[in-house]
Every structure is written in structure tokens, then in C-alpha cells.
Design a protein around this ligand. Structure first.
Ligand SMILES: Nc1ncnc2c1ncn2[C@@H]1O[C@H](COP(=O)(O)OP(=O)(O)OP(=O)(O)O)[C@@H](O)[C@H]1O
Length: 353
């Protein structure tokens, strides 16, 4: 995209007039053409961050917002060159699809013929060919969101901002639209910021994911970084499923009643916790010597492509295992497990469980 810009937030905090501090001063740098997803639980400050980039909120004194190196901190939304898509569509119900898409062009006094040509191109881009004359109330939720996207792109914004655009749609539609959106963002190469609390959406769409926790950035990284190398307990727990085993750390091992895992965190004897992903646990079927722990099957869930097992290994909480093995296990059956050392995560002592 010819006009893709970088975005920089420098020490951007946000305190609302009622005294609520939604954001602690944060720094964030987004590359031209990059899709960055802001991910986190409700109230962590995602929308406030997006609205600051949009020019719908302004940072506390000292904070700065830069587009392509240009300071836009004091500019209102209409002078920033941003396109926005919201969860609730925010379309004009009394206008047709085409009129909605061309709204911003009309305001900019683009001639009618040019507008019509542009509407056609955009309808095609969002897979709504032939629906230009439809009324908004005659569209499905997914189609409405496609119109909202076309309208946001019509004015060729420098930045595309999306606030939970798929949340109101049902699961199937969400997946189709997510795939289309992904393709479109790559094709356009526009700088995009996408807010969601859905981690699979964040993983699928983001070049990088910014995980937020209570008004702060907990971690910034590629989806793989965030998943495989979470920086904190919070990130590890928020993304995907994580096992935790607490035991006594001693002589390079973490011991608990069902077994022991390799542990390099502490030299003196202490209580510690290791975390690992269900899909990283291997079911040991040959030599028991190769197992790190043993336990009894509490429950099994056949998921088609894999089976989820819940195993009591004598730790505080059961271990969840996901395996592609075509074996069925009985409740109560003994099972031996191994976790490769590279899959074990440890976040230091004294972290609350
Ligand atoms: N206008 C406002 N006045 C006062 N407090 C606000 C205002 N807007 C947001 N907040 C508070 O700021 C914090 C962050 O809100 P924000 O909407 O950015 O979170 P979020 O991560 O987008 O959450 P959600 O997913 O629920 O939208 C919340 O505690 C919220 O209550």
C-alpha cells in the first residue's frame, strides 16, 4: 500500500475525568503495513489504546502519538486519515450499501462517476458484488460488517482500526470473515490495529500480538512467541491451556507425588511451579524409564483429530494431555507421561499460583 505508515505511541497514559487510570504510560511501535492485535481481558485498556490512536481519546500530558514520524497527538480523528470498523457496524440504516460505502467520498466531494467506480471495486474486494443497491436492514450481520469494512477503506486511510469487528457474529461466519480479512489485510499492506479478547483471532490475524493486562503491556511478540515463550504467568494462562505442576525443587528436579520433572530454576530446596502445554506432553507406551510422571486417567474427551486426557498425577491440579494417538483410554487406567525439557516453563519463585 502506497501510504502505509508507522505508528508510535510514546509514554501514552490515560486517566479519565472520574480519576480512573485506564492506561499507565506505555510505548508501542508499529511498522508500516503491519497488523498488530491488542489482546486482553475485559477492561485491560485495549479499546482506550485504539481510541487514542484514532484520535477519539487523547493521552494524558506528556504522551505522544506519531504517524510516520509526524506528531498527530493534537489532531482530531477526521484529520488523522484513519478508517474504523466497530463491533456494532455503525452503518447508516436509511442508506443503501453503496451510499454507505461512498459516504466519506461524497463528503470529500469526489465526483459521482468516480464514486460509483470505487463502490464497485470495494464491493468486489469484500465479496459483496451486486449488493450496492440493497438496504442495510436487508443484510446479514456478516454482510453488514463487510460493508463497514468497505466504507472504512473507501477513503484510503493511512491506518485501519478494528474494534472487535467479529465479536457479534456467530462462530462459522466469524471464521469465514476472519479468513477474508486476513487475506485483505495482507493484500492491501495497510497498517492495521485490531482489538479482540479472543486469543485464537489474535493468533490468526496478528503479525504481532500485544497482550495487555490492567492498563499495561504484558508482552509484545509474534503469535508463536506469545504462545511458546510467554513472558509472565498472566500471558501463559491467558493464551491457550497451560498445565501447572507444583512440587519441591531439589537437585535439578521438581518432585511431586506422581513423579519428577527436570528443573533448573533453584539450587536450594524450595517449592516451585512448572508450566507446559497439553500438546507437548507425550504418552509413554514403551519403557517406563522414559517417563517423568505417572497417574490415573480421570476423564477423556475424543475431539476427532485428537484426544484430550485429564490425568491425576498427584499434583495440586490434574495434568491435561492432548494426543493424536489413535488409542482409547479407560477411566482409572494408569498412564505414563513425559514432557520434553524445552516445553517446560518456569517463571521464578514466589509467583502466586
Ligand atoms: N470514558 C471512560 N470513563 C471512565 N473510565 C473509563 C472510560 N472508558 C473506559 N474506562 C475504564 O478504563 C478501563 C479500560 O477500558 P477499555 O474499554 O479500554 O478496556 P478494554 O480492554 O477495551 O475492555 P473491553 O474488552 O471490555 O472493551 C476500564 O476499567 C474502563 O472501565
Amino acid at each position: 500500500m502506497k501510504n502505509a505508515v508507522s505508528i508510535q505511541l510514546v509514554q501514552c497514559g490515560k486517566t479519565f475525568p472520574n480519576g480512573a487510570q485506564a492506561l499507565q504510560p506505555l510505548d508501542l511501535e508499529i511498522q508500516p503495513g503491519e497488523t498488530v492485535v491488542l489482546l486482553g481481558p475485559s477492561g485491560c485498556g485495549k479499546t482506550t489504546t485504539l481510541r487514542m490512536i484514532a484520535g477519539l481519546e487523547f493521552p494524558d500530558a506528556g504522551g505522544r502519538v506519531l504517524f510516520g514520524g509526524e506528531d498527530v497527538t493534537a489532531l482530531p480523528i477526521e484529520r488523522r486519515g484513519v478508517g474504523m470498523v466497530f463491533q456494532n457496524y455503525a452503518l447508516f440504516p436509511n442508506m443503501t450499501v453503496g451510499e454507505n460505502i461512498a459516504y466519506g467520498l461524497k463528503i470529500r466531494k469526489i465526483p459521482a462517476a468516480e464514486r460509483l467506480a470505487k463502490i464497485e471495486t470495494l464491493l468486489e474486494m469484500v465479496h459483496l458484488q451486486g449488493l450496492g443497491q440493497r438496504r442495510i436492514d436487508q443484510l446479514s450481520g456478516g454482510q453488514k460488517q463487510r460493508v463497514a469494512l468497505a466504507r472504512a477503506l473507501a477513503v484510503e486511510p493511512r491506518v485501519l482500526l478494528l474494534d472487535e469487528p467479529l465479536t457479534a457474529l456467530d462462530a462459522k461466519l466469524r471464521e469465514t470473515l476472519r479468513a477474508d480479512l486476513n487475506q485483505l489485510l495482507r493484500k492491501l499492506g495497510i497498517t492495521a490495529i485490531y482489538v479482540t479478547h479472543d486469543q485464537s483471532e489474535a493468533m490468526a490475524l496478528g503479525d504481532r500480538v500485544v497482550v495487555m493486562e490492567r492498563g499495561k503491556i504484558a508482552q509484545i511478540g509474534s503469535p508463536r512467541d506469545i504462545y511458546y515463550r510467554p513472558a509472565t504467568h498472566f500471558v501463559a494462562d491467558f493464551i491457550g491451556t497451560m498445565n501447572r505442576v507444583t512440587g519441591t525443587a531439589q537437585d535439578g528436579q521438581l518432585r511431586f507425588s506422581g513423579g519428577a520433572l527436570p528443573f533448573s530454576g533453584a539450587s536450594a530446596e524450595s517449592t516451585a511451579t512448572l508450566m507446559f502445554r497439553p500438546e507437548d506432553v507425550e504418552v509413554v507406551t514403551d519403557s517406563m524409564d522414559a517417563a517423568d510422571m505417572q497417574g490415573a486417567v480421570l476423564s477423556t474427551f475424543f475431539l476427532g483429530d485428537r484426544t484430550r486426557l485429564v490425568i491425576d498425577v498427584g499434583a495440586e491440579q490434574p495434568v491435561i494431555v492432548e494426543t493424536g494417538k489413535r488409542v482409547s483410554w479407560q477411566i482409572g487406567e494408569r498412564i505414563a507421561l513425559r514432557v520434553p525439557q524445552h516445553a517446560l516453563l518456569h517463571f521464578g519463585e514466589g509467583v502466586p499460583a
